[in-house]
Design a protein around this ligand. Structure first.
Ligand SMILES: Cc1cc2nc3c(=O)[nH]c(=O)nc-3n(C[C@H](O)[C@H](O)[C@H](O)COP(=O)(O)O)c2cc1C
Ligand code: SF4
Length: 549
């Protein structure tokens, strides 16, 4: 990353974000033209190569996106459900093949057959309503099951404007130190995957000197199979926004950025509307409720790159740079967005703050198990009888989530891929050993991550699933470090050859590849991919050994 570029990008402030402009000049044809890019380079005092480099990074601004009219979901849940070949055949009756692009994943894992058209998402039998390029807008509505085991934390009702006002007042009229102390007592840890305690991040940012600070919400929920952040943004937008205001107050930031993936257009619409409602109610802007605290939101729409979920890549993306992972230190709390101290937190983490504001840190810490306090949202895919987004106290047996909330499986399942593409592959026989908390998963050799659950049916070939994981990672690698840039592609080629010819993968060489990825990668994309692959090799040797020698 270039500190100079961060500085230049920040010159115009949040109102005129370079990245948004890049999106705007790409919108018409699907990719920006040379003249528009040159103008942007001049406006932001950058080189043409910087703008071109950024445009060529993202799925929805790069040259290959030109002329795409409709996008088919290529996420893992739709793959395992086996719906996308039929969907593609149907789309090809109305669109030329070159007009059909791909998106990963639309978060419609509860009913699959997912596609994106004219800025909205569709799934289930919606394809049958698409006639001559026209579709009724309400066809895009989706419904899925929701519910709880234990205490509703994120699901606590929070729509009444008086309650919202009182809660904001409660935060702004306590001291920053008291707010951070309450979060420390709560034990709240990040829900985006790494499980880092939020209070320490806020404290570090608060203590870093700076005239300007930011709180950034990571709403890039890119893990195929996860749609719980989407659930919060669409069904609980004020829970998230009030959490962000409190986090902003704690660190002394006057701006919050919500970075929402392009694959979630409905979430962006709802969040923008909710921000307007808060503004109209006098709960944003200068001197909120007479507290002397100023705060505004900026919603940024991403352009298609899984790596933007990694917090430092996300910051580069907002700055309009290529979303390459940054080395740490410095940490974002020291040198973040536009070189200013910044906290980046996941949607669900920020949404948990509300409960702590209302009921106190001790009440929150009383929920859950050990160091995994509070609750976790869990996304269940369409292989469950009741697919949906559920909230469970941390520590609840995984079996209860599957049977009581999800209503059990629709068909025989051999493995669950939990926690996204970098999460562990849990064989069906291990389900009873696991409880839903960080420690149980890691002690058993898996990863809770963001707690999305994708079912791999008995009949689905695991080698095909591994090929998919390598292909996904190769496509999404930011390219900054070579173990990942090359290793993910080599892994994909090996799986592909083993499936489509009588080629056998050399086991020792494959072990070396996984070892290099694990130990040599800069971030958890390359570093995390070996986990599900190793789980597969350990638990499904009988099925996979035919592909290895
Ligand atoms: C490849 C990769 C993808 C990630 N994707 C996401 C994501 O989509 N959403 C998210 O909140 N965190 C994601 N993370 C984790 C973030 O880097 C970061 O830890 C998180 O946003 C911090 O927020 P939290 O402490 O509230 O979890 C990802 C990390 C990696 C390495
Ligand atoms: S591991 Fe992959 S995604 Fe992460 S920094 Fe290296 S190349 Fe980029």
């Amino acid at each position: 990353m270039s500190k100079n570029l961060s500085e230049l990008s920040g010159r115009k402030g949040l109102d005129q974000i370079l990245f948004n402009k890049l999106g705007e000049i790409s919108a018409k044809s699907g990719t920006p033209d040379q003249a528009d890019m040159k103008k942007l380079a001049e406006e932001y005092l950058m080189g043409n190569a910087n703008i071109y480099g950024a445009a060529s990074f993202y799925d929805f601004t790069r040259e290959e996106n030109k002329g795409k009219k409709i996008y088919i979901c290529n996420g893992s849940a739709c793959l395992c459900a086996g719906t996308q070949d039929t969907l593609k055949d149907k789309l090809e009756e109305q669109f030329k093949p070159e007009e059909i692009g791909e998106m990963c994943c639309l978060g419609r894992c509860h009913e699959n057959s997912a596609f994106h058209y004219n800025g909205l998402n569709y799934s289930g039998n919606a394809i049958d309503h698409l006639k001559a390029g026209s579709i009724a807008p309400d066809t895009n509505e989706d419904s899925y099951h929701t519910g709880n085991i234990g205490t509703p934390v994120v699901n606590m009702p929070f729509e009444d404007m008086d309650v919202i006002k009182d809660t904001i007042a409660k935060a702004l009229f306590s001291t920053r130190e008291a707010l951070i102390e309450e979060l420390k007592i709560s034990g709240l840890r990040g829900r985006g995957g790494a499980g880092f305690p939020i209070a320490f991040k806020l404290e570090s940012c608060k203590n870093t000197p700076g005239d300007k600070k930011f709180v950034v919400c990571n709403a890039d929920e890119g893990d195929p199979g996860a749609y719980s952040d989407r659930y919060i943004m669409e069904k609980k937008p004020y829970t998230l926004l009030v959490g962000m205001i409190a986090a902003g107050y704690a660190i002394g930031a006057d701006a919050g950025v919500v970075y929402i993936r392009r694959e979630y257009p409905e979430s962006a619409h709802i969040i923008i509307k909710a921000v307007q409602v808060l503004e109209d109610a006098g709960l944003l802007g200068n001197n909120i409720l007479g507290s002397g605290f100023n705060f505004m939101f900026k919603v940024v729409t991403a352009q298609g790159a899984y790596i933007c979920g990694e917090e430092t890549a996300l910051l580069s993306s907002i700055e309009g740079q290529r979303a390459e992972v940054r080395t740490r230190p410095p940490f974002p709390t020291q040198l973040g967005l536009f070189n200013k101290p910044t906290v980046v937190n996941n949607v669900e983490t920020l949404a948990n703050i509300l409960f702590i504001l209302q009921k106190g840190g001790a009440a929150y810490a009383a929920i859950g198990k050990g160091k995994s306090t509070g609750t976790k949202l869990i996304s269940l895919d369409s292989h469950f009888n009741k697919p949906g987004v559920y909230e469970a106290d941390m520590g609840v047996p995984l079996r209860e989530v599957i049977d009581k909330l999800g209503g059990g499986f629709k068909e025989p399942i051999k493995a669950l891929h939990i926690g996204g593409p970098l999460g562990g592959l849990v064989p069906a026989q291990k389900i009873d050993d696991l409880t839903v908390d960080f420690e149980s998963f890691s002690q058993n050799g898996f990863l809770l991550g963001h707690a999305s659950v994708i079912c791999i049916p008995q009949e689905f070939p695991l080698i095909k699933y591994l090929e998919h994981l390598f292909q996904f990672s190769a496509h999404e690698s930011c390219g900054k470090c070579f173990p990942c840039r090359l290793g993910t592609q080599r892994g994909y080629e090996l799986m592909h050859k083993a499936i489509h010819s009588d080629f056998k993968v050399e086991r020792d060489l494959f072990t070396d590849l996984l070892d290099t990825l694990e130990r040599g990668s800069l971030c958890a994309l390359g570093g995390g991919l070996p986990l599900p692959v190793k789980n597969a090799l350990q638990y499904f040797d009988d099925e996979l050994k035919q592909y290895f020698n």
